[in-house]
Design a protein around this ligand. Structure first.
Ligand code: MG
Length: 304
């Protein structure tokens, strides 16, 4: 039995509406060899159909809507498992509304059991209503913990995590966050991957570009993780994290050959595992190296 892949999208397949080099051939090699794969995204706004269209516009054809698993679907799966007859007040877009509808979870703006927060659609009026629902006893559930999401290399937008932070502050209640890196996201994605493949893959690999979500979540779920450097993470920062990817690749293009011959390498080849040279020291040698302080400060972590 083959390796199955869980694949993050932004920073792995495309960036700023540009396909990443080798991504199309990588996906086509998965399809051609019948390798099980599922796209895994924390973006709760689009439906799986929207995402399939998006890939088609970028030039990747042959991907069915069944091959996407979003944080919105994970939230709907969670509710249908823990509280199938519950009602919800939603701040979110079409992908979240459709996922909840599919699990037959009803909307209720008077006495909902949960306030569900996803990407977008936050207005002061909706936030005020959500706040009142929480005051009346509704629990706060969030599709994903991202405080901000990249729009382009210079631009970001607020994510579901920041909307939830508003409600946590106003209500004094703590939210529960689904999506990556929550192990429940990986547990359900893995189940869906097995359903697609009609049996459980021998090993499951998560491919992602973000340490805090893709790599951390895969590690905690006991999966292998391949970090690609085509997105939000630079090689220099990988060592800052206590959890590490199994492998580090420039792009998914490096996996095409092994997908074609069916033998995924599981060797630990991360530069982060290399022995530090006994002669290397951190820090600058001279106090005169003051230019180092002029470096722009990196943005704080994307998730809580
Ligand atoms: Mg990403």
């Amino acid at each position: 039995m083959k390796t199955g892949y869980l694949i993050d999208m932004d920073g792995v397949i495309y960036r700023e509406n540009q396909l990443i080099s080798g991504a199309d051939e990588f996906v086509q090699s998965l399809i051609a060899t019948g390798t099980p794969f599922l796209f895994l995204t924390n973006n709760s706004a689009p439906t799986p159909e929207d995402l399939a269209v998006r890939l088609r516009h970028l030039g990747i054809s042959g991907v069915s809507p069944r091959q996407f698993y979003t944080s919105a679907m994970n939230t709907a799966d969670f509710l249908s498992e823990v509280d199938p007859n519950c009602t919800v007040f939603v701040i979110g877009e079409g992908g979240l509304l459709a996922a909840l509808h599919e699990q037959k979870i009803a909307s209720d703006s008077l006495h909902p059991r949960y306030v569900v927060v996803g990407e977008g659609a936050a207005s002061m009026e909706r936030l005020g209503k959500a706040h009142e629902c929480i005051e009346r006893g509704a629990r706060l559930l969030v599709t994903n913990p991202d405080n901000w999401c990249p729009v382009s290399s210079e631009k970001t937008r607020p994510g579901a995590g920041s909307t939830a932070a508003f409600l946590e502050a106003s209500s004094g209640r703590r939210a529960y966050y689904l999506g990556k890196p929550n192990t429940y996201m990986f547990h359900r994605a893995r189940r869906k991957l097995s359903e697609l493949a009609l049996s459980a893959p021998e090993q499951v690999v998560m491919i992602g570009d973000t340490m805090e979500t893709d790599i951390r979540g895969a590690f905690e779920a006991g999966l292998q993780s391949f970090l690609v450097l085509s997105g939000s993470t630079q090689l220099e920062v990988v060592n800052d994290y206590v959890y590490q990817p199994t492998r580090i690749l420039q792009t998914v293009g490096e996996l095409i050959e092994e997908v074609k011959n069916g033998k995924a390498s599981d060797r630990l080849n991360s530069p982060a595992f290399a022995e530090p040279s006994p002669h290397s020291r951190s820090g600058h040698r001279h106090q005169t190296d003051a230019f180092a302080f002029d470096k722009p400060r990196p943005r704080p972590a994307m998730t809580k």
